[in-house]
Design a protein around this ligand. Structure first.
Ligand code: GTP
Ligand code: MG
Length: 846
């Protein structure tokens, strides 16, 4: 960078300091106001209700409705939360784009929007609208840049009966499974801040209601929940960053008015920078991105608020946001946090970037965790994350940004063992890409369509791995449209090949109508030139199969399981054409692993390779697959081809260990159930009575610690259990392995299944922590560990079609949505929460 440019940057940085004092500019501004139109709200609720009922099948968008009672409402008000899938926001024609939306009814039954979040907004370059060129063309200033405060969002509004409603993104009120919910934590802060300025919740409720508005704030408080950036006591609180009108359309206050409101009502103000010109905005953001810090502190990014029009220059303009997230050192910190948690739970940390410094950090963290046993527990509760990180940086005498900028020789050392994994639907051009890459680089290419017969997933994985013995990389040609297929491939590969890197080629399906049109045209054009999809022979069947894949398609979300397992994700546009996608793949691989793809081949070579793939390639196999649309049950389960048969369902040859069980005393469990259900209204005891009446209460009860179906997810634990079991039963096949106290805490049910949520308490103190002899410096695990998300006893199921293991699904749902209201889930605390002694045993396959 030459001296002039540097000077320019200096002047930029000093010109824009994050300020919390724009409130003084609020004088000349008037707050927007639009009252609610009950007809319009009713139409919105109807549209949402329809979509919620149809579920994913609607083909449009899916939304989940959850009803909450507002605890503090004197009139017993209830609110419904509407939760969309994140990726649905990219679809056109939604009834609203609000992320965070609650509706209610007044005492006269008039529908109302109670809380309205911002319109979902996207990162720069994440959508067409957020490319710089589009932003420059269609938006106008002033551009309000607010710091992306790093906590959880809290919505506040006023109900008809004067109640102040406080919600998190999708829920409100207390939850049974956590000490303090986000919304309750937010409400506590709110009470404290109002008390400080001598105002009441009722006053705030009335004020917001008068404005027909929702106040949007960020709850940042390390003592409640640490995120990545630090908010000690002096910084903790509710940072107000927006005020939205409670209407379907998105109208939000200008930021100076938001700051003024924050001053008047005791909120913390969100740092704000106002820049008039879009080029200055871009220059400013790019400068801050270099450091990840602004105004002396680390920031995660900015939200930029402006106005946008589809008819620029003419109008109308409406409120519109986009975000600019900084990569580093934020991402490195996040990786450190995740790796530390992996270390604590005895899993293999996943290091994707900053390999060397992260390994050093982990060495340091390992020592600290070993020295202070309390640290691990606190860390898992999200405490001490920042301190540990800062201690390490101090010990290294380094700043976070410098650590993140260190030469990353991890990626540079990669020269082979890359597996390319498409995430696609039929006709996206997977095989075309695979053939072209093979031709250009001599890599391997395995097509799932060439594998016939049973047990395809493990055979596919094996073929892919075998190919790595011969080639530096392999194209794993399968749709992988569902998360579970990705999970299978990721887990199986990582079990067998620890250094392979899996790179997802994500064919983004946002513009689903165009994807559908383009791929159908191609596949019809391709005719019978395919192993299984023979469009010339039966076009309707083929379109049906294609639609099935499109419906089941689950976009790649690199921040969540299982897609976080990919070492990198390359986004492709299925409608753009294979030549363009080929180039994107090659350029990205070159950027990611410069010593693997050393250079991008000349354009003519790429043209040639695509031409060959499209014109000369012929499959060397043909087979017929049954028309699955006639096989409804299988389809319902979302099973695709023969890819997902869990091994545990097949009859085993020998008698291996099926699961580890804690056998419970039948009478103790039955007595506890009788007592609990004996003291509640009949309505609540109905399903239990039904189970008793139809003899569906189990004859024997047990807690499953681990089933062999999950052996792949917890290989070390399964090995330990198999070994313990083998040793104990060498002489007596019926031997007990140990004892465990089981506390019966709650009983939870829906219309299909009932389960008791239990707590496992070691009988012998030495069972509380068993260390892995190979890893003496790591914290141990309880001897009798349960891998289910919620340890439980299944009480009974409605009929034989409901399998006891579905308790897991029920309890996961219960954790997410709670019980009562519209959840369809019942819940009672077990009377006296009795503790019963259980016997640990291994159960063999039948
Ligand atoms: P399945 O194996 O059926 O899941 O499809 P696939 O994803 O492997 O798609 P494939 O590569 O077979 O492409 C589908 C058809 O579209 C083939 O006939 C390709 O020759 C053709 N095709 C691929 N890319 C392009 C492209 O960029 N433009 C056009 N016009 N056709 C293409
Ligand atoms: Mg193919």
């Amino acid at each position: 960078m030459d001296g002039t440019a540097e000077k320019q940057r200096d002047s930029l940085a000093s010109r824009y300091k994050a300020s919390t004092d724009y409130a003084k500019d609020a004088e000349g501004l008037t707050a927007p106001y639009v009252s609610q139109d009950p007809q319009e709200t009713a139409a919105l609720v109807r549209a949402l209700d329809d979509a919620a009922k149809k579920g994913k099948k609607s083909g449009g968008f899916s939304v989940k409705k959850t009803r909450y009672a507002v605890a503090s409402s004197p009139t017993g008000a209830e609110v419904d939360s509407w939760r969309f899938n994140d990726w649905d926001y990219k679809k056109p024609d939604l009834p609203t784009y609000a992320r965070g939306l609650f509706t209610t009814r007044t005492q006269h039954g008039v529908p109302e929007i109670a809380v309205r979040g911002y319109d979902k907004f996207f990162n720069i370059d994440e959508t067409r609208d957020t490319a710089w060129s589009a932003i420059r063309e269609r938006t106008k200033g002033p551009y309000e840049l607010t710091l992306k405060e790093n906590g959880c969002i809290i919505f506040i509004s006023g109900l008809e009966d004067g109640t102040l409603l406080v919600c998190s993104k999708h829920s409100t009120g207390d939850r049974s499974d956590v000490a303090l919910s986000h919304s309750s934590a937010g409400e506590k802060h709110l009470e404290a801040q109002l008390e400080r300025i001598g105002k009441t919740k009722e006053e705030l409720a009335r004020e917001l209601r008068k404005r027909n508005a929702t106040a949007v704030a960020e709850l940042c408080d390390d003592s409640f929940e640490e995120h990545i950036l630090a908010y000690g006591p002096d910084k903790a609180g509710l940072y107000l960053h927006g005020i939205n009108l409670n209407i379907p359309e998105f109208i939000t206050y200008p930021s100076p008015l938001v700051q003024k409101f924050a001053e008047d009502w005791g909120f913390r103000k969100t740092g704000l920078i106002i820049i008039d010109n879009i080029d200055d905005v871009k220059a400013f953001l790019e400068e801050v991105a270099e450091t990840g810090a602004h105004d002396g502190r680390d920031v995660e990014g900015f939200v930029i608020r402006c106005k946008k029009s589809t008819n620029p220059g003419v109008g109308p303009y409406h409120d519109w946001f986009f975000k600019y997230k900084f990569e580093e050192p934020y991402l490195m910190y996040r990786q450190w946090r995740e790796c530390t948690k992996a270390l604590i739970s005895g899993k293999q940390p996943k290091i994707k970037k900053h390999v060397k410094i992260t390994e050093e950090y982990l060495l340091y963290a390992r020592k600290r965790l070993a020295a202070d046993p309390k640290l691990a527990k606190l860390y898992n509760q999200n405490h001490g994350i920042i301190k540990l990180r800062n201690d390490f940086l101090e010990y290294k005498n380094m700043k976070g940004t410098d650590a993140a900028n260190l030469e990353d020789d991890g990626a540079a050392s990669v020269t082979r063992d890359i597996i390319l994994v498409p995430i696609a639907t039929i006709g996206c051009g997977k095989t075309t890409l695979g053939v072209a890459l093979t031709k250009l680089f001599g890599w391997g290419h395995i097509q799932n369509d060439n594998i016939t017969g049973s047990k395809r997933p493990p055979r596919f994985t094996k073929a892919v791995l075998d190919e790595l013995n011969e080639h530096p990389a392999v194209f794993a040609d399968r749709n992988n449209s569902m998360r579970q297929e990705r999970k299978q491939l990721l887990t199986d590969v990582k079990m067998q090949h620890t250094t392979a890197r899996l790179v997802a080629l994500h064919f983004v399906h946002d513009d689903i109508n165009t994807v559908r049109k383009v791929t159908q045209e191609r596949v019809i054009q391709r005719g019978d030139n395919h192993q299984t999809i023979q469009a010339a022979t039966d076009v309707n069947k083929v379109i049906g199969i294609m639609e099935g894949f499109i419906h089941r398609f689950e976009p790649c979300d690199p921040e969540k399981d299982p897609d976080e397992g990919f070492d990198a994700v390359i986004d492709l546009d299925p409608t753009a054409g294979s030549r363009e996608n080929l180039e994107v793949v090659i350029r990205e691989l070159h950027r990611l692993y410069p010593n693997f793809v050393k250079e991008v081949p000349p354009a003519e070579a790429m043209d040639e390779a695509i031409k060959f793939a499209m014109e000369s390639y012929k499959p060397d196999l043909r087979h017929i697959i049954p028309d699955r649309s006639k096989n409804k049950d299988k389809k319902k389960e979302g099973k695709q081809e023969q890819q997902q048969q869990p091994a545990a369902q097949k009859p085993p040859k020998k008698k291996p260990l099926e699961y580890m069980s804690v056998d419970m005393p039948t009478k103790g469990v039955l007595d506890a159930l009788e007592k609990t259900f004996g003291s509640v209204p009949v309505e609540q005891a109905r399903f239990f009575k039904q189970l008793q009446g139809t003899r569906r209460v189990q004859a024997k009860f047990h807690v499953t610690l681990m089933h062999r179906a999950t052996a792949k997810e917890h290989p070390e634990l399964w090995q330990r259990y198999t070994k313990l079991h083998g040793e104990a039963t060498a002489e007596n096949p019926d031997a007990q392995l140990g004892e465990l106290d089981v506390q019966l805490e709650r009983v939870v049910w829906d219309s299909r299944i009932m389960a008791i949520v239990v707590r496992l308490i070691p009988v012998n103190p030495e069972d509380a922590e068993v260390k892995d002899p190979a890893k003496p410096d790591q914290p141990g695990q309880p001897k009798w560990q349960c891998v289910n998300r919620v340890a439980h006893i299944t009480v009974g199921t409605r009929d034989d079609s409901v399998k006891p293991k579905e308790s897991n699904d029920l309890l996961c749902r219960w954790l997410e949505v709670g019980s009562g209201g519209e959840t369809g889930i019942g819940e009672l605390i077990m009377q006296g929460k009795p503790i019963l002694r259980g016997i640990v045993k291994g159960v063999l396959s039948r």
